[in-house]
Design a binder for this molecule. Structure first.
Ligand code: UDX
Length: 444
């Protein structure tokens, strides 16, 4: 039997990472995008997105092995490929529900092409979609536009991703588990053969279960973060260092220290969107997930903890305040829902003169935040500042010590991600305040 040919629709960090990794497993892979610039970059072995090691991998599979190419021809992809992954955006609507229109429009187009296809094609939903989307919306769209039947003429699978930005290639190649939502055995067997080189558990469930597993995973992780952030906020009133709490609690195998770092809250393109979507769904079914409501409200205000500490000590109006780290997490250029933007917006409201430095956001402007003056290095960003807030835990900031803040006008440093060593600030003129550490300690 010929080797399966893989189609990827949508070349964002899920689609392009998945496509490059399938190609790296030896599968001929075609990526579809509507953006000509992205298509050209990919076909030159260059990643349009910033993801660790993706450029090197694309160079290998596109230029050397010629196993992957990008196109804008949906027809060619559908006709040539056996398994077609849908990796399109599912953005939030204003009320927090998700917008499935990108996927529905794509499935209409694919359905119309399937109408004239003789070969069996398996369509795989990899985008994060709320429970019920595939069974209630996607299946009947494909059948309607293709005049074909699931199982007899085409296959349909739900295969959610668990990729973390900054480590997406590793997450793809070494998953904790593979989730396969299926309805017919032919598709199940085809998708199983595609993943046959993986040695993790493969869990076979219904469409709805596969969709729900993704949301419950992200919602639980986000809730774990909001929980430890609230504990950290309370702990500041006691003689407590949060690292010791996380160590002592995290040694319980049932809890673990993972995803238990208190700080300025979670951001990114997934956690806020996914938790909002599941919460919004729960209200439609009169089963409101009140815990997720709390997860979201805690996370909305957590970044402003840094501002509260700051304004308790100095008046920031017309003062230079520095933000170190703009991306929502290290090793990515993604600033979607980043805590840094919430902090900048509040500082702007208070009339501060805002400077920032981020290892990736050099010589760039951020749309709708042109009041943020972005420096080319952290030294310039810090100089003559009244306060510095560490917002993203980039490695570059972890070794900072009191000398690095020597040229501040007022020497106040707020460590929002608990990465600085307080001992390096003892007996210095710099006042270091660490989110989640006892205020008592911080009065030195
Ligand atoms: C997340 C999920 O981890 C991944 O499984 C899913 O497929 C996509 O969404 P990602 O958003 O890329 O991945 O980043 P992640 O590393 O999960 O961090 C999300 C946010 O939580 C970041 O803002 C990070 O700073 C914050 N975080 C993470 C904490 O505040 N504390 C922690 O202990 C861990």
């Amino acid at each position: 039997m010929d080797k399966i040919k893989v189609g990827i629709i949508g070349t964002g960090y899920v689609g392009l990472v998945s496509g490059a990794c399938f190609a790296n497993l030896g599968y001929e892979t075609i990526c579809l995008d509507v953006n000509e610039n992205k298509i050209n970059m990919i076909n030159n072995g260059i990643s349009p997105i910033y993801e660790h090691n993706l450029d090197e991998l694309l160079n290998k599979v596109v230029l050397k092995e010629k196993l992957l190419y990008a196109t804008n021809s949906r027809k060619k992809l559908v006709i040539d490929c056996d398994v077609i992954f849908i990796c399109l955006p599912t953005p939030s609507n204003a009320n927090g529900s998700i917008d499935l229109s990108f996927i529905l429009n794509e499935l209409k187009e694919i359905g119309s092409i399937l109408k004239t296809c003789k070969n069996y094609k398996t369509i795989v939903i990899k985008s994060t979609v709320i429970p019920g989307s595939t069974m209630n919306n996607f299946l009947n769209t494909i059948e309607k536009f293709s005049s074909k039947r699931l199982g007899d003429d085409f296959g349909l699978i739900v295969n959610p991703e668990f990729l973390m930005e900054g480590s997406a290639l590793n997450n793809f190649n070494n998953p904790d588990r593979i989730i396969i939502g299926y309805h017919d055995h032919r598709s199940k067997d085809i998708i199983t053969s595609l993943y046959n080189s993986f040695n993790c558990p493969i869990i076979y469930v219904t469409f709805d279960e596969a969709e729900m597993i993704k949301y419950v995973s992200n919602s639980f992780l986000a809730t774990k973060i909001s929980f430890i952030n609230e504990i950290a906020n309370l702990s500041e009133n006691f003689n407590i260092n949060m690292d010791h709490i996380v160590e002592g609690v995290g040694l319980d195998q049932r809890i673990s220290p993972n995803f238990f770092r208190s700080g300025l809250g979670f951001g990114g393109s997934c956690f806020p969107k996914d938790v909002n979507a599941l919460y919004s769904l729960s209200k439609q079914y009169d089963s409101e997930l009140t815990m997720l409501k709390a997860t979201l409200s805690i996370n909305d205000i957590q970044p402003l903890r840094a501002i509260d500490i700051l304004t308790d000590i100095i008046d920031v109006t017309d003062k230079k305040v520095t933000i170190l780290g703009l991306s929502f997490k290290p090793n990515t250029d993604d600033i979607r829902e980043a805590p840094s933007l919430k902090i900048a917006k509040e500082l702007h409201r208070l009339g501060s003169d805002i400077y920032a430095y981020d290892p990736i956001y050099v010589n760039k402007k951020i749309n709708n935040y042109d009041y943020i003056k972005i420096s080319n290095n952290y030294q310039d960003a810090i100089k003559n500042s009244y306060a510095v807030i560490i917002v993203t835990e980039w490695d570059e900031f972890k070794s900072l010590n009191s000398d690095d803040f020597e040229f501040m006008t007022h020497k106040l440093v707020i460590d929002g991600r608990r990465i600085l060593d307080p001992k390096l600030f003892d007996n210095s003129l710099v006042r270091l305040i660490t989110i989640g550490n006892s205020k008592n300690h911080q009065l030195n």
